[in-house]
Design a protein around this ligand. Structure first.
Ligand SMILES: NC(=O)c1ccc[n+]([C@@H]2O[C@H](COP(=O)([O-])OP(=O)(O)OC[C@H]3O[C@@H](n4cnc5c(N)ncnc54)[C@H](OP(=O)(O)O)[C@@H]3O)[C@@H](O)[C@H]2O)c1
Length: 235
């Protein structure tokens, strides 16, 4: 897809992988609608994308766990840009590793509502607009934990297996439409996702988020008759 002038919604754009994807896309002359909770982080990404040549960047502080907030965010995005071509579902949180019975009730709810329900609502609320476009795409940044069971990650993995299932059915449902769907299943990436909840895996060994952002922009920018529907990335 030619990315110039496309309107791209990115969730999780204040930090980590989402921020790096926004920065990589900026020099392609795109319009960016950036979502996350933290306004300060979003403003920083906005400033940097504008410096790198984004056509227009607008920020939308919004908590994906609150669907009413997301609905009004989608309305604002459509009012501001008039259309959406691409949704990049990147926002997500880690669940500190521990046996299932030790995981707090609030952590279960937060992880599922952010990584799974939030992702689903973003897609279902934007699909009516995406379907109107001649070229459109949804990329869900899932995780290796969407396809492999790993110890101590029960709730995170449940959210990611759910995201994989949702992605797979979207792909089937949207066959024959103009909306392409893909999932990214990456292993560890060197962001602050783990330290935010008090885990400390050896992130220095992990994939650089800038390199993962390259992969996502590569997926989007293939010629019309090439679509990478599932990409597995390992460090
Ligand atoms: N890092 C890894 O090793 C790794 C590996 C596989 C998959 N992933 C997946 O990749 C995605 C990005 O992770 P990352 O490593 O970039 O994490 P990160 O650096 O912690 O960034 C997460 C982003 O999600 C946003 N976010 C979190 N909760 C939110 C909510 N309730 N509403 C709106 N935005 C929210 C955060 O912004 P605010 O805090 O401002 O809301 C932030 O912008 C996640 O889905 C993660 O599960 C990561």
């Amino acid at each position: 897809m030619k990315l110039k002038d496309k309107v791209i919604v990115i969730t999780g754009a204040s930090d980590g992988i989402g921020k790096q994807v926004a920065l990589k896309l900026a020099d392609q002359g795109v319009n960016l609608a950036l979502i996350s909770r933290n306004k300060t982080g979003l403003k920083e990404t906005q400033k940097e994308t504008q410096k790198k040549g984004a056509k227009k960047t607008k920020i939308y502080p919004c908590d994906l766990r609150h669907t009413a907030e997301l609905k009004s965010t989608v309305k604002k995005i459509i009012a501001d840009f008039g259309k959406v071509n691409i949704l990049l579902n990147i926002a997500g949180i880690w669940q500190k590793m521990m046996p299932a019975e030790e995981i707090q009730e609030s952590v279960v709810d937060d992880v599922i509502q952010t990584n799974l329900t939030g992702l689903i609502h973003c897609a279902r609320l934007l699909l009516p607009y995406l379907k109107k476009q001649k070229e459109a795409a949804i990329i869900n940044v899932v995780s290796k934990s969407g396809v492999v069971a790993q110890a101590g990650q029960s709730v995170y993995t449940a959210s990611k297996y759910g995201a994989k299932g949702f992605t797979d059915v979207l792909k089937v449902d949207l066959k024959g439409s103009t909306v392409r769907v893909a999932g990214v299943y990456q292993s560890g990436t060197n962001t602050k996702m783990f330290s935010k909840v008090g885990d400390s895996p050896p992130v220095e060994k992990f994939t650089n988020p800038k390199d993962l952002a390259d992969v996502i922009v590569f997926m989007l920018s293939r010629p019309a008759k090439i679509w990478l529907r599932e990409v597995h990335v390992e460090y």
